[in-house]
Design a binder for this molecule. Structure first.
Ligand code: HEM
Length: 229
């Protein structure tokens, strides 16, 4: 990957991954309302909102984080199996995604039943408790992954050591190591290098998507306001 492309993918990776944590935090608040609200209407409303958040925000962000993480690993000298922190991130993120997918049927079931008013408050609570527990656990796992990303502990795996030794006998490829060091050298002026064309396009696209989402959600809100009251 060129340094410009690498920064672009890294920006996307961080946005998806940290956004995932924020979305699970919103889900957790809804799940807590679904379990403990004193207001039955609020309780029933929480479940469909949870399903929308999980299906259209959390699951897509989980896949986007995993995919962009794989691209970052395989497309840079970090590698997928060369550093313990990358390996640990891969395992924890895969685990979190599998648990998420396994919980989707329960979320869909509770949402359908809540809208059809087929479950009592006690039943809704029973469906909601595992969701509260898993959302809270998920946030903790994702926070551990974030810490691993920033501190990058534990150094090279055996495979990584072997690869590094091999590289030392191949001078042209060691340029990659120089590149990694440059990216993480705070004094390196070329590492920052202003906003690349790719990043500008990325920012413009992001702002465009944001405006469309705001527009659509304002439209939907005014629609339900006119028809609901
Ligand atoms: C919830 C999951 C994840 C979170 C919160 C997360 C977070 C981050 C953050 C904040 C960084 C920036 C670190 C820095 O530049 O100092 C980063 C970089 C990185 N992440 Fe992740 N990540 C996640 C999942 C993954 C996965 C699943 C993989 C690999 C399969 C991965 C591989 C990488 C790599 C290789 C980098 C360094 C990229 C570079 O320097 O070009 N990440 N991640």
């Amino acid at each position: 990957m060129t340094p410009g492309l690498r920064k672009l993918v890294l920006t996307a990776h961080i946005t998806f991954s940290v956004g995932w944590i924020g979305a699970v935090a919103a889900f957790l608040v809804l799940a807590i309302a679904g379990v403990s609200s004193q207001n039955p209407q609020m309780m029933r409303a929480a479940y469909p909102a949870m399903e929308l958040t999980a299906r259209f925000v959390i699951v897509p962000l989980a896949f986007a984080s995993l995919l962009s993480g794989l691209v970052q690993s395989l497309g840079t000298p970090w590698g997928l199996f060369r550093h313990y922190w990358v390996l640990a991130k891969l395992l924890l993120t895969t685990f979190a995604t599998i648990v998420l997918l396994k919980k989707m049927p329960l979320i869909g079931y509770a949402a359908r039943r809540a809208t059809e008013r087929l479950l009592s408050s006690a039943d809704l609570r029973a469906a909601g408790i595992p969701l509260v527990v898993h959302a809270a656990g998920g946030i903790l796992v994702l926070l551990v992954v974030t810490i691993l990303s920033v501190y990058k502990p534990w150094g090279l795996t055996r495979y990584g050591q072997r690869k590094q030794e091999e590289r030392q006998f191949q001078p042209p490829r060691s340029a990659q190591i120089v590149e990694v060091n440059a990216m993480f050298d705070p004094d390196n002026k070329t590492a920052g290098g202003g906003l690349s064309r790719g990043l500008k396009i990325f920012l413009a696209a992001g702002i465009g998507v944001f405006l469309v989402v705001v527009h659509v959600s304002m439209h939907l809100t005014s629609h339900s306001f006119h028809h609901g009251h």
